[in-house]
Design a protein around this ligand. Structure first.
Ligand SMILES: *Cc1c(COP(=O)(O)O)cnc(C)c1O
Length: 223
């Protein structure tokens, strides 16, 4: 079996204290999650509602599940009772739906706003200008059961380290500006989710607080 325990332990040993690991377990079996859990990992990232619905009931209750994929509004209701954080929020429609189901479940749901900085058109997310416009229009105040905890982004899929570095830099500056203008007194607005298996060292240099790592921990995904 793939040495999940070894890889997790090795990665955790390298991480600065202020950076948390989201172990991206999508397309991997629950046994892999149990291996990671056994060495202390508690935050896991998934990108498909159906897959989560299968895994959650058979795994320990104290796992913090992060949703990191494209989320359709009609599926929010399934994950609203238990999800710890939805990192991939890219429209007001989705925020409104999350708020509605958070209310129904009598809870507040933590989210990140996903920002589009990469060059590929295929990647999702709000443009920085759209994100700022939404916040200026009162996004934070309109949805009391949603807590906006920070930003998430993915860099371009490239070997060009300078480009990746530039994109994370941009994300970091956007975070600072948004913090200053909209959340100066809100300690919960502190998360910068960037960095994946291939670019996490650059992300950490660029102020990431949360890296989302799949392949490096669990091996290649079998689709
Ligand atoms: C799949 C995925 C990851 C993990 O990617 P790896 O390259 O396997 O580390 C991180 N973030 C998001 C949004 C993903 O969809």
């Amino acid at each position: 079996m793939y040495d999940v325990r070894g890889h997790i332990t090795q990665l955790l040993a390298q991480l600065p204290e202020n950076v948390r690991l989201v172990a991206v377990s999508k397309y991997h079996p629950s046994e892999f999650i149990e291996e990671a859990y056994a060495v202390g990992q508690r935050i896991f990232g998934e990108s498909h509602v159906q897959e989560l619905q299968h895994k959650v009931p058979v795994l320990p209750d104290d796992i913090e599940w992060h949703f990191i994929g494209h989320l359709q509004t009609n599926k929010v209701k399934y994950i609203a009772p238990y999800i710890s954080m939805i990192e991939s929020v890219d429209s007001e429609r989705l925020v409104a739906e999350i708020n509605k189901h958070a209310q129904k479940n009598n809870r507040t749901i933590n989210i990140l706003l996903e920002i589009h900085l990469a060059q590929e058109e295929t990647k999702s997310g709000l443009l920085p200008s759209e994100c700022i416009e939404l916040l200026r229009s009162g996004l934070k105040e309109r949805y009391p059961n949603v807590r906006i905890c920070g930003l998430m982004t993915m860099a371009s899929f490239t070997d060009d380290k300078e480009l990746i570095s530039k994109e994370f830099d941009e994300a970091s500056r956007l975070f600072e500006n948004i913090k200053k203008e909209f959340f100066p007194d809100d300690d919960y607005f502190c998360e910068r989710s960037w960095g994946m298996s291939d670019d996490y060292p650059i992300a950490i240099e660029k102020n990431s607080t949360m890296i989302r790592i799949g392949t490096l921990l669990f091996g290649p995904r079998i689709y």
